[in-house]
Design a protein around this ligand. Structure first.
Ligand SMILES: Nc1nc2c(ncn2[C@@H]2O[C@H](COP(=O)(O)OP(=O)(O)OP(=O)(O)O)[C@@H](O)[C@H]2O)c(=O)[nH]1
Ligand SMILES: [Mg+2]
Length: 299
């Protein structure tokens, strides 16, 4: 036994919906990244910190790499590429219950270029949704698309091999000291986490193009004057077209009310205080394609 300490960065990449954010949360042990069944949920690189006696592993969850149809899509892909070029190890996530497809092969061909200097670990996610046989076949199929430093099947939902994956990633980190203070689980600003929790609630139950059209900005967040147990949060929920506004609001505002109630519960858990949440729906016309609007929304 040696008592060397390792520290460094891993990132998860993969198609939208592959389970990257859910896996990040499972490894960190807390929800720091929002997740949903809609593709392209994650929109920036989110750092989650895993503290162990022998190591500090910083996981960077990235947006799903996809064929971009908007300027936002291009920006998201740029985030992925700049992230994987800066980490000590890359985890390439492919779900156990979906065939290895063209999207995965495209990602593999890109990763093959960096694999010379950065180890790439193949991760078969969502094993709870497949039989052991299917998982085995998926491992074989994945091995055919590129050469991996390691291959690990995991389930973020039942916890299968999550600890093993942490070991595998830690082994690829250089020796080094703690990079973040002991208790930190992420370096995301609270305001960003709050905006994301609102977006997660807003994604629930909407379909088609609408999930992509929703963006959330927290305009103001501060303790209520004279109170230390209540925080006021004012946020804007942006959509791209006036017709989408009605859908988000729902009949007499009933949908938005539900979104607010759902989000508030999660925000109160995050902040550990009571929260007054004020949501306004606004139209930012075609923001996914408009450089100016994207800038304003933080992309
Ligand atoms: N059963 C099961 N479902 C999972 C697992 N991991 C993720 N999911 C589900 O798969 C969907 C997508 O998960 P995310 O973690 O948001 O996927 P992602 O790769 O971060 O997606 P993007 O951010 O869009 O790229 C969600 O509905 C999750 O609940 C798993 O291990 N088992
Ligand atoms: Mg994600």
């Amino acid at each position: 036994m040696t008592d060397e300490h390792r520290s460094g960065f891993a990132c998860f990449v993969g198609r939208p919906n592959a389970g990257k954010s859910t896996l990040t949360n499972a490894l960190v042990g807390t929800k720091i990244a929002i997740t949903s069944s809609k593709p392209q949920t994650t929109r920036h690189a989110i750092r989650g910190i895993v503290h162990r006696d022998d190591a500090q592993l910083i996981i960077i969850d990235t947006p799903g790499l996809h064929r971009p149809r908007t300027l936002l899509g291009q920006r998201l892909n740029d985030v992925v590429r700049s992230t994987w070029s800066e980490v000590d190890v890359v985890g390439f996530c492919v779900p156990a219950n979906e065939k290895v497809g063209p999207g995965d092969k495209f990602i593999a061909s890109e990763l093959a270029k960096i694999a010379r200097h950065t180890p790439v670990v193949g991760i078969v996610t969502k094993t709870d949704l497949a039989t052991p046989d299917q998982v085995a076949q998926q491992l074989v199929a994945l091995q055919e698309v590129m050469e991996f430093a390691d291959l690990v099947p995991v389930s973020a939902v039942d916890g299968y091999q999550v600890g093993t994956l942490a070991d595998v990633l830690v082994r690829r980190l250089p020796e080094g000291p703690q990079l973040y203070p002991g208790g930190d689980l992420t370096d995301e600003p609270e305001q960003t986490l709050v905006a994301e929790l609102i977006r997660e609630a807003a994604l629930e139950g909407v379909r088609d193009e609408l999930p992509h059209s929703i963006a959330v900005v927290v305009e103001e967040m501060q303790p209520r004057e004279g109170r230390d147990d209540l925080i006021d949060v004012y946020a804007h929920v942006f959509v791209e077209r006036p017709s989408q506004k009605g859908i988000v609001l729902g009949h007499r505002g009933s949908r938005l009310k539900q979104v607010g109630a759902d989000a508030r519960k999660h925000i109160e858990a995050l902040l550990g205080t009571k929260v007054y949440l004020d949501l306004h729906v606004k139209v930012a016309k075609d923001w996914q394609r408009d450089p100016k609007q994207l800038g304003r929304l933080g992309f």
